[in-house]
Write a protein that binds this ligand. Structure first.
Ligand SMILES: [Zn+2]
Length: 335
């Protein structure tokens, strides 16, 4: 769907007149795509695959951390390019100069800077917070009145999701919180994601992690079609530049050994955070691309499942996102 025709109300009698005033598709400077969803929904993995396979698109990672936006960023993380720093390379794109030039006060302007530096037409922003996307859309609404550039920036959303039971288990592993706490976060995040994308009329695509892991090719075809960009048959892993992301997501790109070495060199709280983060995931590391998401299968009892499902509205939201909740429960319960 064409974002411009969707966003401008077109009345039949005024069609010709309006069409002439709309920018032609080839004049559009940039598409900004926001990945929104919870942690553990596979956004980094999907994003890097998009960089490697969809030619004019680049996943840039967690720009909320890069710009240290108040309330929605982790201190001391995501300030540089993850893949380059792990490989001991100087990044040509996530530079100090660029960081000084950009701000969370102009998110789409920052996307333009990255697009220019990376030579692409679509920037995939992996910040994941719905509030971050909302901020960008609100900035666009203000700028649209004064600038031509902003009116040409098309914004869309990719909603990444992992089923609520798997999320609640990962959340418990990571934080020690009860399953029902994670279930509440899951429900609130996706209610907010869906209502925000719909309220602003943004084109959107739901990518379920389980489907992604089961058939990545099919998911990448969907993503390329959504962006109106061609999918390359072979991945190009040589120019992956992004910031932040789950430690485990680096394994397929740099190898287990290199990542272990890097974490050992960290100091103080950075090292403790990294060790905590990977405590449960490390056992599953291997140098291959991750396989199907089955870690949560056969892992909880009926009481735990009830703790997740008794969250009001959760089953409804899961159904809207395309889950067969009965099947999810069946797979999750120890039998
Ligand atoms: Zn880099």
């Amino acid at each position: 769907m064409d974002a411009e025709t969707q966003e401008v109300p077109v009345l039949p009698g005024r069609l010709t007149n309006l069409r002439s005033r709309l920018p032609k598709p080839q004049e559009r400077s940039l598409t900004s795509i926001f990945v929104i969803g919870t942690l553990f929904s596979g956004s980094t993995l999907m994003g890097r695959d998009m960089t490697a396979r969809i030619k004019m698109a680049h996943y840039v990672g967690e720009l909320n951390n890069f710009t240290q936006v108040p309330d929605f960023s982790h201190k001391d993380s995501g300030r540089g390019c993850g893949p380059c720093s792990l490989l001991g390379k100087q990044c040509r794109h996530f530079t100090d100069a660029l960081r000084d030039r950009v701000s969370y006060d102009d998110i789409l302007g920052m996307h333009e800077q990255f697009a220019r530096s990376l030579g692409v037409s679509a920037i995939v922003d992996g910040s994941k917070f719905v509030a971050w996307m909302r901020r960008a859309v609100e900035q666009r609404a203000v700028e649209q009145r004064v600038a031509d550039r902003a009116s040409r920036t098309a914004v869309s959303a990719i909603i990444t999701v992992r089923n609520p039971i798997a999320f609640a288990i990962s959340h418990r592993n990571r934080t020690g919180e009860a399953l029902w706490r994670g279930a509440g976060i899951w429900r609130d995040t996706y209610v907010d994601a869906l209502r925000t994308a719909n309220f602003h009329g943004l084109p959107q695509l739901v990518v379920r992690y389980e489907d992604y892991m089961a058939d990545r090719e099919r998911s990448l075809e969907r993503l390329a079609a959504f962006l109106h960009l061609p999918l390359s048959p072979k991945p190009d892993n040589t120019s992956i530049h992004d910031t932040g992301g789950n430690w485990s997501s680096f394994v397929p790109y740099v190898g287990r050994e290199q990542l272990e070495k890097f974490i050992q060199q960290l100091h103080g709280s950075g090292r403790t955070d990294a060790e905590n983060f990977i405590k449960h995931a490390r056992a599953y590391w291997n140098d291959e691309k991750p396989q199907e998401d089955t870690r949560w299968h056969n892992s909880i009892n009926a009481g735990d499942a009830h703790g997740v499902l008794s969250t009001p509205g959760l089953a409804d939201v899961a159904s809207i996102l395309g889950y067969n909740i009965a099947e999810v429960v069946h797979l999750a319960i120890k039998g």
